[in-house]
Design a protein around this ligand. Structure first.
Ligand code: AMP
Ligand code: MG
Length: 408
């Protein structure tokens, strides 16, 4: 038992950056080191463990960017040119016969000797099938040069890159059918609360359906994690101990609920007994209480239970932590400034992540920002970040974090 932090007696709240930094330090101390080589189709959302270096020039040979005619500009002096070959994508052309042009299609190799491609719209085909050109020609026009995208030996994606459709496409274009990736992070998801019941069952008095479990399990799966769904944990110390002990070998225990002030914090007690515990009061809204620690050596993050709080704290704290465990360096989501389309008159002592949208170029916010209202986030396109201690007049710049930046 090693209490690390006590809940702030002074009432001072931990700034979001400080909490993130602590979590990233924890992640850096426990990197996932195992790697595996997996088929491209299974790499989506994973983190690259090797440097992806090009073994090809891309494109491998100069090719045509247009449907048209390939020619040597010096051969064109106003006299129509005969067509000496037709080159489709996939063909291996002959060198261009002097004094001729070649019919060529997009993606086809430009024949040796040709130095430009003219698009078919600017070609005049005569009755004898010879071709002349209506516009001035420029060397290199409509030719995609060899190696324009990448050349042999070039670093295309460094280790630590998060893989999505674009990165996988790039790997495919280099001929890779497998990549070395960091093994999936194993996350156990626990929903705490006596009031919780799973959807599909009849709702009893005082009960609510467990929504956080669905949010987190789906989100983690999208992120490429291996999720073990540990279901609902009643607010009971004995069951908390037993359940934690039975979670098996995971990289993170992620729980929701049971960290609000005034509630018996059974997770906290169990962590204090068999690990270590930090209880943070964060300058974040929705959010604020967050549990962070270890149970028998396994890292634990306890998010607040209100659905919008779970969402915000996962997006801004737990997600970056999970990415960093896999070696991703830049874990901050994209933020950009937009003019506020609303007024914020009362400065808060916590940083607010309002669920908002962009309408006519301005950030607008959902009418109900209660931490219990998940619908605000379904309506929203992102988080509008209002810094602590600030007010906003309409038109003032405010940060916007698109939700689709973080929901993967
Ligand atoms: P707690 O952090 O346990 O005090 O929970 C704060 C609020 O979030 C309470 O209103 C809980 O009923 C609600 N809540 C906690 N966990 C969940 C969950 N898994 N799904 C939906 N609501 C939850
Ligand atoms: Mg609870």
């Amino acid at each position: 038992m090693k209490p690390v932090d006590k809940p702030g007696k002074t009432g001072a709240l931990m700034p979001v950056e400080a909490a993130l930094q602590r979590l990233l330090d924890m992640a850096d101390a426990a990197p996932i080191l195992e790697r595996e080589t997996v088929r491209l189709a299974e790499c989506d959302g994973r983190v690259l463990a090797e440097d992806l270096v090009s073994t090809l020039d891309l494109p491998p040979w100069p090719n045509s960017a247009m449907d048209g005619y390939a020619l040597r500009i010096a051969d064109w002096a106003g006299e129509p040119l005969p067509v000496s070959q037709r080159i489709f994508a996939g063909n291996a052309p002959e060198p261009l016969a002097p004094g001729t042009c070649a019919r060529i299609f997009t993606g086809a190799p430009v024949p040796q000797g040709a130095d430009c491609v003219e698009m078919q719209e600017n070609a005049i085909i005569h009755s004898d099938e010879r071709v002349s050109f209506s516009e001035p020609l420029q060397a290199g026009q409509n030719i995609r040069p060899q190696g324009q995208e990448t050349t042999v030996g070039e670093l295309v994606l460094p280790a630590g890159t998060r893989l999505g459709p674009i990165e996988l496409g790039l790997a495919a274009s280099l001929g890779r059918d497998r990549l070395e990736v960091v093994r999936r992070v194993r996350v156990a998801v626990l929903s705490t609360g006596d009031e919780l019941i799973e959807p599909g069952l009849p709702l009893g008095p005082g009960q609510i359906y467990n929504s956080n479990r669905r949010v987190l399990c789906s989100w983690l799966t999208r992120m490429g994690c291996e999720v073990s769904d540990a279901g609902i944990l009643p607010d009971d110390l004995e069951q908390t101990r037993t359940r934690l002990a039975g979670l098996g070998s995971v990289d993170l225990i992620l729980s929701t609920g049971g960290v609000s002030v005034g509630e018996a914090d059974f997770l906290g007690i169990a962590l204090r007994e068999e690990g270590e515990l930090a209880l943070w009061k964060l300058a974040i809204k929705p959010g604020k209480p967050l549990t962070c620690g270890h149970f028998r050596g396994v890292p634990v993050i306890g998010l607040p239970g209100n659905p919008a709080s779970t969402l915000v704290t996962f997006a801004l704290l737990a997600r970056p932590y999970l990415l960093r465990r896999q070696g991703v360096e830049d874990v901050q989501p994209l933020r950009f400034e937009v003019p506020a389309g609303f007024v914020w008159a009362k400065p808060g002592n916590r940083r607010e992540y309002l669920r908002g949208r962009i309408e006519q170029g301005k950030a607008v916010i959902y009418h109900n920002q209660s931490s219990g209202v998940l619908r605000s986030a379904a309506w929203a396109e992102g988080f509008v970040e209002v810094m602590e201690g600030t007010t906003l007049a309409a038109g003032d710049p405010v940060n916007f974090i698109p939700l689709n930046e973080v929901l993967n």
